[in-house]
Write a protein that binds this ligand. Structure first.
Ligand code: PEP
Length: 254
């Protein structure tokens, strides 16, 4: 049985004070020990990782939203995987569609970042997903398969807990248009089967595949109940404590 994972991607939102208030509200709620089956992760901006790491009290794990594929050096504005480790970060979101779109990150660059994260003992949350044009032209399985194959090229995964996959249809991110549970389940089953082809049965059966794209307090339970959906990567709805807690409760219940 795979546990559920709920990860909040705060993107470039919240002031330091707002971030503190949100994390304190989450920790207060989750500290009651109510969670048996769900792991909670938050991904604040780089600037707040270290101050927030001091307030998590072992209840919530910390993720970064990106990292460099390089070790160190003259890369102005970049942050290395080692620097993230120094800030008590355990997870790193890689290949997010906003990085692919606005920063032109290619599958090849994402592959290098995945390798760097894995070799630094960070757990990547590796995002894949098709655009609306790719869905409407029925290319979505092929697009996701290519992203998987190129992203994971020459990566030897011995343990499924070393990586998390997030299926995020680009047309559902921040649009309020969620994939139906049937659409999401169909793609998650496809991804799990591709992981089996790339690695083996055990890895495919134990790897976590999260859904992301306008997941909210109302639709989370139905999505998380699907056989191959192991939780969610949540953007907008992770910025409000009440909504995020309801999503975590849905994961616990599913
Ligand atoms: C995301 O960007 O990872 C995401 C899922 O955003 P939203 O929940 O706002 O669609």
């Amino acid at each position: 049985m795979r546990k559920k994972i709920v990860a909040g991607n705060w993107k470039m939102n919240l002031s330091l004070n707002e971030a503190f208030n949100l994390i304190d509200a989450l920790v207060e709620n989750l500290q009651l020990g109510i969670l048996k089956n769900t792991k909670v992760i938050v991904a604040p901006s780089f600037a707040f990782l270290h101050p927030i790491s001091g307030r998590l009290r072992n209840t919530i794990a910390l993720a970064a939203q990106n990292c460099s594929e390089n070790n160190n050096g003259a890369y102005t504005g970049d942050v290395s995987a080692e620097m993230l480790k120094d800030c008590n970060v355990s997870y790193v979101i890689l290949g997010h569609s906003e990085r692919r779109k606005y920063h032109f990150e290619s599958d090849e660059q994402i592959n290098l970042k995945l390798k760097k994260a894995l070799s630094t003992n960070l757990i990547p949350i590796f995002c894949i997903g098709e655009t609306i044009e790719e869905r409407e032209s029925n290319k979505y399985f092929q697009v996701v398969k290519t992203q998987l194959i190129k992203g994971l090229a020459d990566i030897n995964l011995s343990n499924a807990s070393n990586i998390i996959i997030a299926y995020e249809p680009v047309w559902a991110i921040g649009t309020g248009k969620t994939a139906t549970p049937q659409q999401a389940q169909e793609m998650h089953a496809f991804i799990r089967n591709e992981i089996k082809n790339l690695y083996n049965d055990l890895l495919a059966n134990t790897i976590h595949i999260l859904y992301g794209g306008s997941c909210n307090a109302q639709n989370a339970l139905e999505l998380f109940k699907c056989e191959d959906i192991d939780g969610g990567l949540i953007g907008g709805a992770s910025l409000k404590a009440n909504d995020f807690i309801k999503i975590i409760e849905a994961a616990e219940k599913a």
